[in-house]
Ligand binder design. Sequence first.
Ligand code: AHR
Length: 506
Amino acid sequence: MASATIIADRDFVIDRVSPRVFGSFIEHLGRAVYGGIYEPGHPTADRNGFRQDVLALIRELGVTVVRYPGGNFVSGYRWEDGIGPSEKRPARRELAWMSTETNEFGTDEFVDWCRLAQLEPMLAVNLGTRGPAEAGDMYEYCNHPAGTALSDLRIANGHRDPHNVRLWCLGNEMDGSWQMGAKTAQEYGRSALESAKLMYYPDMNRSGTDLFKPEFIVCGSSGRGMPTFGTWDEQVLEQCFDKVDYLSVHSYTSPRNADPLSYLAFGDTTMGPLIREVTAICDAVAAKRKSSKRVHLSYDEWNVWRGDEAKPFAAWTKAPKMLEDVYTLADALCVGGMLITLMNHCDRVKVACLAQLVNVIAPIMTRNGGPAWRQTIFHPFAAASRLGRGTVLRQVANGPTVKSGSNDINLLSSCLVRQDNGDVTLFAVNRDLEKPLSVDIDLRGFPKLRLANWSVMDGDLAEKNTEAQPDRVKPRSHKAAAGETQSSPVTVTLPKASWNVLEFAV
Ligand code: AHR
């Protein structure tokens, strides 16, 4: 059997994991909103039309932040269409996804829904077909307390208190030719800067403390494969460095893109380098200014996007079935590896959004009028969000590698998180498709360890969950858990092609 070692020390840490790394995304796309989180008349819907069965799964998933309303959608969105009395809201052609948008659900409903779901709203403004003035208006509507036309309009619409939304995305994927109102880096950087200026005026109290400081996310290049990648990020940041807090990065993968092993290693081979490259650009822009400010990363779209669905879809209908990928166990292993990459880069990735949340390339599926269920990728996300809260230990991992193209792929992918009570969780994927992997875990500075729980996902990699069999793929308890207290190193054998969560009580 092949073997690997992981060495870590209690006091050698990368950083704390920001809870915002366990975010997700709801776009006006397909059945994400209508038939997903919102379905008046559904047996579980409350008086606002919010599906309670979906909300229960979202809470179980452990989502902390949700980005809204897009995505590509936001680049043509008129936010005013989605406020005020529902019967007066206009239906419009939605050009990003060729649907009809009725605007029944808008910003106020979204913020109400976030409060009910106990998660943080993250709003995007349209910097495609619109610009700084409209962004400033939307900000005033949402966050200004009272006494101005737009804040009073919010109050008249039933929201006395400001929404106090902190996270604001300045547009979406603005270097993409598919984006309505796509821009050059010069055009966009300027628009982002002016938007941030019009949205936020420091709101000081008498002692000079800022009462409410929003955080701005500026669009990085929409993908590592873009010709604009890198140059765009630098040119945009050169213009708005002083005003923004995060640079966004996006990436998706598909089993169609690679051989099975390379597919599972996407987190290591693509996301990790992407994070390090974009971080270097942020720091280079800071260095030129001799600035100690650090622009962090918002990885606000990431997932497996299988792209299996039959086309064409029904154009100009309301909430058509679109991008409803049905995920396999292999996809869950890939997503597990991506989560490990995000956590291991917790010193620079401070926000991340699994794209998306319900029905559209999502961990949760629903049927209109019917049930909601967990896809395979639900499980690694839920485990990471529950047990990945704490400090990531800096590990030295050595294990077998396999050559694939220009990459040496590590068969082991792992991350160690020390919780605040001192317990340690190991997240690990054994990517060996044929054989188990023996792993020596040498946790220095932890005199005694007890493997209290070990949950595994393994088996037939093509297996899926469906409405008829919603729990076919789910974690099982490994029999080696709840063992004796031992001294480090501890040796465990990870089953072939598996996602593992090992909880050590110390
Ligand atoms: O998540 C689906 C789409 O992917 C988003 O609308 C867009 O931002 C990205 O290209």
